[in-house]
Write a protein that binds this ligand. Structure first.
Ligand SMILES: *Cc1c(COP(=O)(O)O)cnc(C)c1O
Length: 359
C-alpha cells in the first residue's frame, strides 16, 4: 500500500483546455482567467472574483486593498499555515494570535473577541481543514466593534454554513495549490462583495493599473495565467463531485475509527474535508503513531506541528509569551489521514484497520 495524503487529478478536459490556450497564443491573463473568476465567484455566491498567482498573494492583495496599515492589528489563529500571518506582516501590520475552538480547530470567537484592542482593525478566521469558522458569530463581533471581517478560505472551496458558502462575507482568499480541494498548479483567488475593493484588487494584482500605463495605486504582478485559468474552469466543474466524495470518505472513517477522536462537524455546516484530522488520546505519542502509519504506506501528516507564533521569525518578533492552550494541545495531538476523492474502498478499509490497531 502507498496511500498519499493528497492526489490531485488532472483529466482530459484540463489537458485539452491547456492545449487550446497554448494554441491560442494568449498565455497571460485573459479570457480564461476572466471566465474562471466569474464562475468561481458565482459558484460561491460572491459578487467578484480576482484571480492571483497563488493564495498567499490573494491574501497580500486583500490586505493592501483594505488599506491595512502599519500598527493595525488583525486577529488570527496561530493554528494555521504560515501565510495566514505573513500576509499581515507584508503590509507591516501586526498579527495578534488568538486561541482555537478545540472541537472544530477554527479560531474561537470568544478568544478573538477577548483579543480586541483599540488598534484592532480586522478579524480573519481560517476555515481550517475545510470546516467553516463560526462566521455568524464573527460577523456579530465585527459589527459590535466596528471591525473588518476577512476570511482565509484557502482550505475550504465549497464549504458552507446553512447553505451559505464561505467567501461571501466581505473579502476572502482561496488557494489552488495542488494539495487543495481543487488546483491550478499554483494559483489563488480573492472573492469580495464590495465593488470598490474588487476594483482595487484588480489594480493591485496588475501593477496598480486600470488603464495601460496609468498607475493609480501601488500594485504588483500577481496575475494568473490563462493556462491556470483554463485548468481552474475544468477543475471547478468537478469540485462538487470531489467534495461529495471527501464527505463520503470522512463519514466512513467517522463510523469505523474507534481509536482516535474523529473530527467535529457543527450542525448545518458543509465540511469539505480538505483534511480529515483526528486527535490521539492524551496518553498516546502522536509522532509514533504517524511514523508507524507512514511505515505501513499511509501518508498520515501533521498539520501543523508548530503554531505560527512559535516559528523562529515570530519568536524573533517577540511573540514568545502568547498563551494559547487549546492550540498547544492540538499541535501535539492532531494528525491527518488521506481523505482525497481517489481513495478506494480497499484503501479506506486498510486505513481504518491500521489506525484502529495502533492505539
Ligand atoms: C495553502 C494555504 C495558504 C497559501 O496558499 P498558497 O497558494 O500556497 O500560497 C494560505 N492559508 C492557508 C490556511 C493555506 O492552507
Amino acid at each position: 500500500m502507498n496511500i498519499g495524503i493528497a492526489k490531485p487529478f488532472i483529466g482530459q478536459e484540463e489537458k485539452q483546455a491547456v492545449l487550446d490556450v497554448l494554441e491560442s497564443g494568449q498565455l497571460v491573463q485573459g479570457a480564461k482567467v476572466e471566465a474562471f473568476e466569474k464562475a468561481f465567484a458565482e459558484y460561491h455566491g460572491a459578487a467578484h472574483g480576482i484571480a492571483t498567482t497563488n493564495g498567499t498573494t490573494a491574501l497580500m492583495a486583500s490586505m493592501m486593498a483594505h488599506d491595512i496599515e502599519p500598527g493595525d492589528e488583525i486577529i488570527i489563529p496561530a493554528f494555521s499555515f504560515f501565510a495566514t500571518a505573513s500576509c499581515i506582516l507584508s503590509v507591516k501590520a501586526k498579527p495578534v494570535f488568538a486561541d482555537i475552538d478545540p472541537d472544530t480547530f477554527c479560531l474561537s470567537p470568544e478568544a478573538a473577541e477577548a483579543a480586541i484592542t483599540p488598534n484592532t482593525v480586522a478579524i480573519m478566521p481560517v476555515h481550517l481543514y475545510g470546516h467553516p469558522a463560526d462566521m455568524h458569530r464573527f460577523e456579530e463581533i465585527c459589527e459590535n466593534h466596528g471591525l473588518l471581517l476577512l476570511e482565509d478560505a484557502a482550505q475550504a472551496h465549497g464549504a458552507a454554513i446553512n447553505g451559505r458558502k464561505v467567501g461571501t462575507w466581505v473579502t476572502a482568499s482561496f488557494s489552488f495549490y495542488p494539495s487543495k480541494n481543487m488546483t491550478t498548479g499554483e494559483g489563488g483567488m480573492a472573492l469580495t462583495n464590495n465593488d470598490e475593493i474588487a476594483s482595487k484588487l484588480r489594480m493591485i494584482r496588475n501593477q496598480g493599473m486600470n488603464q495601460q500605463y496609468k498607475h493609480e495605486v501601488v500594485g504588483y504582478n500577481f496575475r494568473m495565467t490563462n493556462l491556470m485559468g483554463a485548468i481552474g474552469l475544468a477543475q471547478l466543474n468537478r469540485l462538487d463531485d470531489w467534495n461529495d466524495k471527501r464527505i463520503v470518505n470522512a463519514e466512513h472513517f467517522d463510523a469505523h475509527l474507534t481509536s482516535v477522536k474523529t473530527p467535529t462537524r457543527r450542525d448545518g455546516v458543509t465540511h469539505v474535508y480538505h483534511q480529515y484530522t483526528v486527535r490521539v488520546p492524551d496518553s498516546v505519542d502522536r509522532d509514533r503513531v504517524v511514523q508507524h502509519l507512514n511505515s505501513k504506506g499511509i501518508g498520515a501528516r501533521v498539520y501543523y506541528p508548530k503554531p505560527i507564533h512559535q516559528q523562529p521569525i515570530f519568536q524573533e518578533l517577540g511573540y514568545v509569551d502568547a498563551e494559547l492552550p487549546a492550540t498547544d494541545v492540538a499541535t501535539q495531538q492532531v494528525f491527518s489521514l488521506p481523505v482525497h476523492p481517489a481513495l478506494t474502498e480497499e484503501e479506506k478499509n486498510y486505513i481504518v484497520n491500521e489506525v484502529n490497531n495502533i492505539c
